[in-house]
Design a binder for this molecule. Structure first.
Ligand code: T4K
Length: 378
């Protein structure tokens, strides 16, 4: 085939979906008039209740980002000692444990879903274990029922990092309803965003009260500080962006669904490639479109492809390579040893997240696929 022409401008893995500026300006005008910029203002209250209704998560608290939400979850649930987690994730996941004075213990992942493998969890439980921190990676749900059974048997708490799982459902049930707490990230690179931001969904009103105290310095009233909290508050500017972006969410989700279908059609049948997708009973978050470049075709092919795509001005990402368990701050942990975590190591060497955002358009997807086809032929 002839060499496809490169994109004129760099194409990144994502480009934040932005609403018509006028809609946001109208929200800002109200904030300007009110003189209220943060600390549970009108936009915050409106956004929190709209989101809670949309996600069918009545006990939802907004945060300045997803990482703070996870740190507060660890504190609210009283995690200590050791927590079992996945190495196939963004560094924030084990970092929140470390910041909470809890030792991460890495368990291997399931070869299909790339989420924590329940079979690998129980052998790692010790008298010091207090919880499990699973990640619904790429919006692929963890095996929530199996993990719940282990937690019940061993008396552990469960936190889910749902940074990629906005609006994901299993058999019509909201994913954020499983476990003791679920974090959502509204970072600029997410399907739904507030530039920076996040939320924590918990089981009941009592726990939400605790979370709300913890994210606001532990302040219960003008004269009462009831616990040592931190500052995890979302501002009015972020909440207003969230309110506007909610109006455009379904349109972006549909655009991404169409792009995913084209990617699958073009790449799904290519020898040695597979496209990751959640099972049929799961509502796809359409956060990422991830290709798996199988080692059987040729070891190291994923990295060759990743580099070659750059010559077409395409900047794919190897989420999540290298494994965070191999980072200098974690590699000495017994659970990180080079003879451990074989499934995660393999996945980390095979995954490639492709450009995936509505504005890319179907033509853009075809051009990315042409570049992939050309690079593989080379
Ligand atoms: N848990 C998991 C599993 C996560 O994936 C994350 C975050 C967290 C926890 C923590 O949640 P937060 O505290 O962030 O709410 C990005 C994001 O910064 C990070 O939020 C996200 N995961 C992670 C998977 O991706 P980087 O270091 O890859 O970002 P960066 O700056 O390289 O951006 C990626 C591409 O996006 C760029 O090449 C261009 C494009 N981009 C980026 C930004 C920021 C834009 O077009 N516009 C932008 O404003 O981490």
């Amino acid at each position: 085939m002839n060499r496809p022409s490169p994109f004129a401008e760099p194409v990144y893995i994502t480009r934040p979906a932005l609403p018509p500026l006028g809609e946001y300006v109208a929200e800002l005008a109200e904030i300007w008039r009110s003189g209220w910029l943060t600390n549970n203002g009108a936009k915050h209250r409106a956004f929190e209740s709209e989101l809670a209704a949309l996600l069918r998560a009545p006990h939802l608290s907004l945060f300045n980002n997803g990482t703070t939400a996870l740190i507060v979850a660890c504190r609210a649930l009283g995690l200590s000692g050791e927590v079992i987690t996945t190495p196939f994730t963004f560094p924030a996941t084990p970092h929140v444990l470390t910041w909470s004075g809890v030792a991460p213990v890495f368990a291997d992942i399931d070869p299909e879903t790339l989420t924590l493998d329940p079979e690998q969890i129980e052998p790692l439980v010790t008298p010091r274990t207090t919880g499990i921190l699973g990640v619904h990676v790429y919006g692929m749900p963890c095996r929530v029922s199996a993990i719940q059974r282990i937690a019940d048997r061993c008396g552990l708490r469960i936190i889910y990092d749902g940074a990629h799982a906005f609006g994901t459902e299993i058999d019509g049930a909201p994913l954020a309803g499983f476990g003791d707490a679920t974090m959502l990230s509204f970072h600029a690179t997410k399907l739904f965003h507030t530039a920076e931001g996040g939320a924590l969904v918990v089981k009941d009103a009592h726990l939400k009260q605790r979370v709300d105290h913890l994210k606001n310095f532990g302040i219960a009233s003008e004269t009462e500080v009831v616990m040592p909290g931190i500052n995890g508050k979302m501002s009015e500017l972020q909440a207003a962006l969230g309110l506007v972006n909610l109006r455009h969410l379904e349109a972006e989700r549909s655009r991404r669904a169409r792009l995913a279908a084209v990617y699958r059609e073009r790449l799904g049948e290519v020898e040695g490639l597979s496209c990751l997708a959640p099972p049929a009973n799961v509502r796809n978050s359409h956060q990422y479109f991830v290709l798996r470049v199988r080692r059987e075709r040729r070891p190291g092919l994923r990295d060759v492809l990743y580099e070659r795509l750059k010559s077409f001005n395409i900047f794919a990402r190897r989420y999540f390579y290298p494994l965070v368990s191999d980072a200098s701050c974690y590699r000495a942990l017994p659970s990180s040893g080079s003879d451990r975590l074989p499934v995660a190591r393999r996945a980390a060497s095979e995954v490639l997240a492709l450009p995936f955002f509505g504005e890319l358009g179907i033509d853009g997807v075809h051009r990315v696929c042409d570049a992939i086809a050309y690079a593989l032929e080379e």
